[in-house]
Ligand binder design. Structure first.
Ligand code: PAF
Length: 278
């Protein structure tokens, strides 16, 4: 496993890999790796001849400085986990990625005017800036994204289409702890009691998918009423949306695929999760 820190080294290594005709699978991460990342990497390993993983806490996608400062950084432990799974790790500094303040502006239309887009202004522009640059430097055949960040996945797919990128975006199912809590780097900031509390998010979402005679209103009331039972869980939003357009639906008949997306504060830590209703 080669760990490279500069774009020049990365391009040199990748030039040799591409010239040898090897297919490249790429998993972008912000580190603090967990089972969810490992599942993406395993899938990349099984579908490609070479696997690249990036570890970079991208300041451009944080709209809150305290959140950026507190984001877990565990590079040594991450590199240990990656041994044997990955061929190349790209772990650059901020100066390496952004030698000058980035000025790119992306427009994803209505996809970014809802949910995380409204809760975290500028977030998806920041995600797009880093993902597009990484794709240009690595030029992977396939890149792997988890469905936990559902809106991010839809937006990255949109970007790949808008810019006719050669990279296929592969969506991978959410990986969960035994409690049902979706694996997230942010879970590392939760105490044991907060971890127990946070498990209710997925339990409530699952409950909402099996209520009798479900309607959008009934599902929404179920979720908000259940969450209200836990004062330490603060709902940021819960939206039931068309899985392609991300626009809220009025009935469960409004679209072929419908997803419920939620953001909840557990203490200071904001977690997201989602569930498919159809
Ligand atoms: O999902 C993430 O961890 C990040 O948004 C990504 C895709 C690595 C870009 O910084």
């Amino acid at each position: 496993m080669l760990v490279v820190k500069t774009v020049e080294e990365l391009k040199n290594v990748l030039f040799r890999v591409h010239s040898a005709g090897k297919s490249v699978g790429f998993v972008p991460t912000m580190g603090a790796l967990h089972e969810g990342h490992l599942a993406l990497l395993q899938q990349a390993r099984s579908e490609n001849e070479a696997v690249v993983c990036s570890i970079f806490v991208n300041p451009m996608q944080f709209n809150n400085d305290a959140d950026l400062q507190k984001y877990p950084r565990t590079l040594e432990a991450d590199l240990t986990l990656l041994q044997g799974l990955v061929d190349v790790v790209f772990a650059p500094s901020k100066q390496e990625v952004f030698p000058e303040p980035p000025t790119e502006k992306y427009d994803f239309g209505q996809l970014e005017t809802v949910m995380e887009g409204t809760a975290r202004p500028g977030h998806f522009n920041g995600v797009a800036i880093i993902v597009k640059r990484l794709f240009e430097w690595i030029n992977p055949e396939k890149a792997y994204f988890g469905e936990k960040d559902f809106q991010q996945l839809v937006i990255v797919k949109k970007m790949a289409k808008q810019y006719k990128l050669q990279t296929e975006i592969v969506s991978c199912p959410i990986v969960r702890e035994e409690s049902g809590l979706a694996f997230s780097s942010r879970n590392k900031r939760l105490s044991d009691s907060e971890l127990n509390l946070a498990a209710n998010i997925n339990r409530i979402l699952r409950g909402s998918s099996i209520i009798g005679n479900p309607s959008v209103e009934a599902i929404k009331s179920f979720v908000t009423n259940e969450l209200d039972k836990y004062p330490a869980l603060k709902l940021d939003y819960f939206e039931i949306v068309n899985a392609q357009t991300l626009q809220p639906v009025e009935t469960l008949k409004s679209a072929k695929h419908i997803v419920g997306c939620i953001a909840v504060y557990v203490g200071e830590v904001r977690l997201i999760d989602n569930i498919r209703y159809k």
